[in-house]
Design a protein around this ligand. Sequence first.
Ligand SMILES: O=C(O)CCC(=O)C(=O)O
Ligand SMILES: [Fe+2]
Length: 327
Amino acid sequence: MTTSAIPVIDLSAALHGRADERLRAARAMEAACTDIGFFTVRGHGVPLATIDTLRSHARHFFNLPLATKREAAPADPAVPRGYRALGFDALSRANVGVAGAAPGDLKEYYHFGREQWPDAPYFTGEEGRRYFIPNRWPAAPAGFAEAAAAYYAHMERLTGEMMSLVALALGIDEDFFDDKIDRHITAMRINFYPEQTVAPEPGQLRAGAHTDYGLLTILNGENTAGGLQVCTRQGDWLPVETAPDTFVVNIGDLLMRWTNDRWVSNVHRVVNPPAEAGPAAQRISIAFFHHPNYDALVECVAPPGEAKYPPVRSGDYRTEKYQQTRV
Ligand SMILES: O=C(O)CCC(=O)C(=O)O
Ligand SMILES: [Fe+2]
């Protein structure tokens, strides 16, 4: 199978604001999200140089010695910032709901959020401090923080525009999400899947089967052996191929709940490369997990029929998921 199975949506005309093009893009998103929950975007306005610069800094960082990378790990492992070594969490645990069931994922990652926020109680009060946490940049490579901030700013613009297309697709006011994402708690993770020099344990993957937690995940991946797969409605695993200048977008659980299951937050995983793949199987993916304001109440807006979920606060939902995935 090739990328053709995952719909490709060109956003360029929609992002220039023409009503008919916005509607076309919104309808394409609706078709993708009611079916597989994944689509690929091009014409997104993010310069390839912004993506490449962050990728090259990430490649440099992850190829440093483990002891050096560990210097960028938080002193308290519960703090979701900085470097995470191999096997820190197992994404499938949040889905199967059976703690201890899955071995740790065969990935390292670097976890970060926005660099700055206003000096206001929402951000600096007791609850705000759980989400607005200073980043922990490593000493090297120089420029990593700046490259990440530039990328984050583009993602923030893109997701803001895409969420109004989401509202258009759902037939609700186009500004419906505005006051739910204007102080969003989005985190980014740069995932690094190293070459596998030891055979994985039974059931151990680069990233175990899981769904994402928030609104939209915007992913810049790589087509190496041992890549991303999404589960079809028939239960088959479909490879998700990508190109360097595109993003794979999938919806997360909170958007699924907001749509009362009309849109699917679909199960995906990252599989292991074949043993003979060697160093060429090293893989980096950059994920922007767009997540609403922590105090946004997520209540079904597009029900066919009765609401399937009780309302949930955005921040509480993510905090619980983070706890479930820890090995
Ligand atoms: O690396 C990838 O392609 C996907 C990673 C992923 O699903 C995640 O970090 O949630
Ligand atoms: Fe994911």
